[in-house]
Ligand binder design. Structure first.
Ligand code: FE2
Length: 427
């Protein structure tokens, strides 16, 4: 007897299986379960995946587009200064309300684990207070990790470092940073060392905005790899963005990538925001705003896709759908072989979960019963269509249902038909 059976779905590895759920755990995965169940979801012909995961987001700023004004230049720097105005007038209640709205979108799309950077610059720390409240409120259906993120630089404001420590003491989960935004290269390097030492002393992971610039001489990722190695933080450190690597000299990169692999550094490019923010100082040719994804993967470095922004001072669009993120990443990184397209799906599910250190994640017996049923035949079709999430199960409970994306066609000279978006050749 199971509480819930998800029947006949195709798993990302191609197996067709029934998944039996008891309480909040996956109790069985077998070709055909004959047992009774309180509820059955028929997933025949559909993709059943572990949840989508976003390892890079800013929930304190989300859904604030246009407040208090628009980002006229469209640059990272104007976005930062605009956010600096907003965080002074945003109340805890307003930030909580925006974040909860976003989490509703996320839950409906099967996005059930999110790492969010929380700005710890302001002395009031309302940002941290609000996001801790949100983490608690969504705990039953979304795993929210909070990064203490000194948006204006660890050393550029008199209380930047002190406030980051205060926010960690309040219970934030991860140590963040922004070395390329410190006043000098030397300050940037010192901030990486300082922040990694803080993380090591507290037993916390590290996730830094690192080298989010087109400047090929922004090489803080080198220091991040070095400090990771020195402090024994292997596997617990992520570099987010890493866009300067796009513009770096090839010889230097041939030295850098093995150092990153040796330190087991994780990488989180954010293709939606990187493609709109980077290259803004170029005329033509205009550089692609993305780090070297395939090259890092070829070295064995874990690379996941992050979303970064939805409707905020930096990015006017966004939906909360990690398949949009994978779709953009696939295009900008030119990951178009069948294997690479499928990998883009793995990046927004299993790879992101590994980068976030989620212990209980995945479609395996004994793990947390969280999954999403997609109106697609396989992972590549999921990225191509970004289809309906027919059912979302979080911690054993069905939390969302959505109708299929079929169209009822009435075409002249043709019989009425229901057109599925599935490609019959797929799956
Ligand atoms: Fe970010």
């Amino acid at each position: 007897m199971f509480d819930l059976i998800v029947k006949g779905g195709r798993l990302p590895d191609g197996r067709v299986a029934d998944i039996g759920i008891r309480g909040d755990r996956i109790a069985a995965i077998e070709p055909a379960l004959e047992a009774e169940a309180g509820e059955v979801i028929d997933a025949t012909g559909d993709l059943v995946s572990p949840p989508l995961v976003d390892p890079h987001f800013h929930m304190d700023a989300t859904l604030s587009y246009g407040k208090p004004r628009l980002n006229a230049s469209g640059t990272l720097l104007e976005g930062i200064s605009l956010w600096g105005e907003l965080r002074e007038i945003a109340t805890v209640d307003e930030m909580v309300a925006r974040a909860l709205d976003y989490c509703d979108w996320a839950a409906s799309l099967g996005l059930l684990a999110i790492r969010s950077h929380v700005d710890t610059t302001p002395d009031h720390l309302r940002t941290a207070e609000a996001m801790i409240e949100v983490r608690e409120k969504v705990r039953g259906y979304i795993d929210l990790q909070l990064v203490a993120f000194p948006q204006d630089g660890l050393y550029r404001t008199p209380t930047g470092r002190e406030n980051l420590i205060r926010a960690l003491d309040m219970g934030l989960d991860v140590v963040g940073g922004i070395p390329h935004f410190e006043r000098t290269m030397e300050d940037g390097r010192a901030s990486v060392r300082d922040l990694c030492e803080i993380a090591a002393a507290r037993g916390l992971p590290v996730d830094m905005h690192c080298d989010e610039t087109d400047d090929p001489l922004s090489r803080h990722v080198e220091t991040l790899a070095y400090e990771t190695q020195r402090l024994g933080l292997q596997g617990r450190v992520a570099g987010s963005h890493l866009t300067s690597m796009h513009s770096m000299d090839n010889y230097y990169v041939s030295k850098l990538l093995p150092l990153m692999a040796e330190a087991e550094l994780n990488a989180i490019p954010n293709p939606l925001i990187n493609i709109v923010l980077q290259g803004r100082h170029d005329s033509y040719p205009k550089r692609r705003g993305l780090t070297r994804v395939r090259e890092m993967q070829a070295m064995g470095i874990a690379v996941g896709w992050g979303q970064d922004c939805v409707r905020d001072p930096w990015y006017s669009l966004g939906t909360g759908d990690m398949l949009d993120v994978a779709f953009m990443g696939l295009h900008v990184a030119q990951m178009t072989s069948p294997e690479e397209m499928a990998r883009c799906f793995t990046m927004v599910t299993e790879t992101n979960a590994r980068i976030m250190g989620l212990q209980d994640y995945g479609l395996e017996v004994g793990r947390m019963a969280s999954l999403v049923v997609l109106d697609a035949a396989d992972p590549v079709e999921a990225v191509r269509l970004r289809p309906a999430r027919l059912a979302v199960v979080s911690k054993g409970r069905v939390i969302s249902r959505q109708a299929r994306g079929d169209a009822a066609l009435s075409l002249p000279g043709r019989p009425e038909q229901v057109r599925r978006r599935h490609d019959p050749a797929a799956g």
